[in-house]
Design a protein around this ligand. Sequence first.
Ligand code: NAD
Ligand code: MG
Length: 387
Amino acid sequence: MAVRRSLSILGATGSIGTSTLDLVALHPERFEVVALTAAKQVAALADAARRTGARLAVIDDEALLPELEARLAGTDCRAATGRAALNEAAVCADLVMAAIVGCAGLEPVMAAVEAGRVVALANKEALVTAGALMIDAATRHGATILPVDSEHNAIFQCLVGSSLDEVAKIVLTASGGPFRDRSLAEMRGMTPKQAVAHPNWSMGAKISVDSATMMNKGLELIEAHHLFGLPSDRIDILVHPQSVIHSMVEYVDGSVLAQLGSPDMRIPIAHALAWPERMTTPAERLDLASIATLTFEQPDPERFPALRLARAALEAGGAAPIVLNAANEIAVAAFLDHRIGFGDIAALVEQAIDRTDAPPPRSVADVIDIDARARDTTLQLMTAFAT
Ligand code: NAD
Ligand code: MG
């Protein structure tokens, strides 16, 4: 019988957050939910807090605090807003699911790491922007970072505790997104609706656009570097449209280990939540006979310039990945808001990187400062792109 662990879910109303809540509801003997957070979805947050019996609910938008309080009236759950409350949510449980989208999740993730917690990390932007600082802090404070991103979770499973010098390289698989077969000219005219319609995975809007540009794979390249300590030239990207193999590890003897499963985030989420044990999920079982064919191809660097930009940012190090991420967050939001075209996203990110000359960050405060400046620079550059 598993020991019951306290759990906080940061970003509880999103795609990863609600999948986490579904799994927790299936395994009430394993988890005691103590804190939940959301940006603006006050009704969903209050409902989840009532269902789980959480003691703390944090809403980012302070104008919504009175409504949250009203919705939680008569419960033992405290409603709160603000940075301190978000950080409290991050440290008040043994296990924290970090599922906020974007660099906005960095501070609470670092708070959890510095408190020595077990962090199930979905929020890849936190690692992309502050990876070296976070891995260093995890070592110093005895925190455990468990990857939830399906590729990194797959690699974590395939590594089975091997030492890095036994690993020749890791191979991140990519679905290629909804525009894998589109020409460059066709891609330029794609709408937000088309971009968020991912062929295999159901996800939040930002990561869905990142999948369409393949910036998602670029961010995952940087994420993999920090999580597994491998240099850029030992991390390959391979397009695999069926999303059955979630990633692979090639060992020095030529053996390749892959993790397979149906494309359902509840599988890697469950792996991280139950680790080092396993727990059941309602995910569809993999039926290889009916899938029959798995295919692979090289990513096209011309149609997906985000891959080149992300690899260059990883190799440059310092502030470059922070600027890449910040510019991308601003560009994706503008695209979703119909203010720039699909093709403008990578162009804007490239210009923002070229324009920035910040020293390497030495603290999370530096990261947040570089992030804020890069957002301003990107907004200024965007006036030349606006549709
Ligand atoms: P989502 O947009 O569906 O949900 C994001 C959550 O974060 C929501 O609860 C939202 O209220 C909260 N949030 C957003 N902005 C915030 C802010 N400024 N302050 C506080 N809270 C805020 O996103 P998602 O698809 O669940 O993705 C979450 C993270 O997990 C992202 O970093 C994404 O890259 C990563 N991820 C997601 C998937 C997936 O299948 N959805 C897969 C792999 C990795
Ligand atoms: Mg992924």
